[in-house]
Design a protein around this ligand. Sequence first.
Ligand code: IPM
Ligand code: MG
Length: 370
Amino acid sequence: MPANKKLLVLPGDGIGPEVMGEVRRIIDWMAHRRAVSFDIEEGLVGGAAIDATGSPCPDATLDAARRVDAVLFGSVGGPKWDSLPFEQRPELGILRLRKELGLFANLRPAIVMEALADASALRAELVKGLDIMIVRESTGGIYFGEPRGIHMDAQGKRVGIDTEVYSEDEIARVARVAFDLARGRRNKVTSVEKANVMQSGRLWRAVVGEVHKAEYADVELENMYADNCAMQLASRPKQFDVILGSNLFGDVLSDLAAALTGSLGMLPSATLGAVQPSGKRHALYEPIHGSAPDIAGKGVANPCAQMLSLAMLLRISFGMEEDAKLIETAIERVLNSGFRTADIMQPGRARVGTSVMGEAIVRELEKLAA
Ligand code: IPM
Ligand code: MG
């Protein structure tokens, strides 16, 4: 018997633990009905980790993340920790994991499910069938560049500094991820930067062009300024297939793309490292929504994004396409049947809480697998 796959579960803060609880239902169901089990460890991250250990990403969590085959992450942050010094904030939990595990490619799909086409901020015909993949660089750029900080100038006035810095290798490796993905989709990459004002943007455009010419000439490449991309996303989103951008532009544009789908509560993401010589590839999966402290603990959060993050994990890290598809189909069917959590509530549908949604999805899985 091959060894069980190892999974690290990090529920984190806010609605993280609630929605992760529903994912556990699916994992239990898989053990019973699909005869697949995982070795699951649970760890601390974010505010929960600060409370227990003083650090938003304790070494024990980092060590466990290095050991396992994949990490399933919930969300971090909340008002309770807002007044902590900058260096101790819960958000550093996810940033440290990305950096230390070398998770440089953040894949953020923005997909509009049939049942939710009229929940978008845009007219339904503009977003029906929308399927965009944003590839965001996630270990470099202004998130980590030096120098950074707030210091005093000669006049005793404060100056805030962040540095956008990208090496050509950092750009090339994330560009390859985007081109590879495009080949399995509609074969188009839109690379975004501000080459008109930023030096790092000039290099970005040049390097993406070189990688394209040398290795991916079969893929369509379009270069677009990031501000124009925001405008195009909000007016004609279906022109895009894969959007490639820096850490900061990817962060902003992925929130915009997510809003087009009608609910942040529906979107998963994957953050991948390089394939190592052993064949192992570090990977972390998390919903795009944050910890949503305003609704935490009320039993009303939408568990779908966390469940779809598990589906993405099964597909990408474990090659379990069939199981991933089962989860996605079950969710789609429950939505089609009219169940809605508050975030995606529409007139004439049945408003349900987190656990009723979770139970319904497992019941649907049961039917699909029968
Ligand atoms: C995201 C979030 C994070 C980021 C925060 C929580 C640090 O906004 O994953 O998009 O800015 O990367
Ligand atoms: Mg963000």
